[in-house]
Design a protein around this ligand. Structure first.
Ligand code: SAM
Length: 221
């Protein structure tokens, strides 16, 4: 399992302890299960999407506790939703039970998923992509999208991207790649993707590409 997944599992254990319902609530009181970060974007985007199939199929990857997946279901989709964190999936299933939702929650890594040729009409990334940082994982993710999205399907991405005035206090930010690196001081052998700068070691923790670079990257898949 990739090193950056541990942070999510820890976050969801905290979320469970604090009785909160979505990831963003860990950082701001303004969010809730029915008021998730990507909601206003989804409200604007879904009416623009035209899917002719009687049974519309959607996938949300990095679904967390399922706020986006539930919203898609409420909007007429049959939904699969995948997340790497066992605690997130456990909470998502609990909430689904309470709300009588039929979303199919799957515990797994979208970069190494065995799902194949599903032909989804819609795939949604609801703030997962910035946490998938290594070049290999991103290639695997986009190849997954390519093989599971219908040729006339839609791919919606809500993600953190490059911002000129963002301050990276504890990180080294490489503007060229959009990768945000944090220093590591022990267990150096565990990190394949580490880089060395002035005798210090760093690993990529986030990726905030410029919009045009993200467009190119997605276009290549
Ligand atoms: C910022 S959180 C957003 C969660 C959720 N979409 C929401 O809006 O509440 C990013 C999510 O992506 C999940 N994630 C990160 N890498 C993943 C991967 N490779 N496969 C599946 N899920 C992943 C994390 O566990 C986490 O739940």
């Amino acid at each position: 399992m990739k090193y950056y997944f541990k942070e999510y599992e820890k976050g969801y254990q905290l979320l469970k302890k604090k009785n909160k319902s979505i990831w963003a609530e860990l950082f701001s009181e303004e969010f809730s299960f029915d008021k998730f970060d990507m909601l206003s974007f989804m409200e604007q985007a879904l009416p623009l999407i035209s899917i002719k199939n009687k049974h519309k199929r959607a996938l949300e990857y990095g679904c967390g506790t399922g706020a986006g997946a539930y919203y898609l279901e409420q909007n007429g989709f049959i939904v699969d939703a995948i997340d790497i964190s066992p605690t997130a999936i456990e909470l998502a299933k609990e909430i689904a039970n309470q709300r009588e939702s039929k979303v199919n929650y799957i515990l797994g890594d979208v970069c190494n998923s065995s799902l194949k040729n599903i032909n989804y009409d819609l795939i949604v990334d609801n703030y997962c992509l910035q946490g998938i940082v290594t070049d290999d994982d991103r290639k695997r993710l986009f190849s997954f999208i390519h093989s599971n999205l219908s040729s006339i399907g839609y791919y919606l991405i809500g993600s953190v991207i490059f911002k000129e005035d963002r301050v990276y206090e504890d990180c080294y930010f490489d503007e060229e790649s959009g990768k945000c690196y944090v220093e590591i001081i022990d267990k150096l052998n565990e990190y394949e993707d580490k880089i060395q700068i002035n005798n210090k070691y760093y690993i990529p923790e986030r990726k905030h590409p410029k919009p045009e670079n993200l467009k190119l990257e997605v276009g290549k898949c």
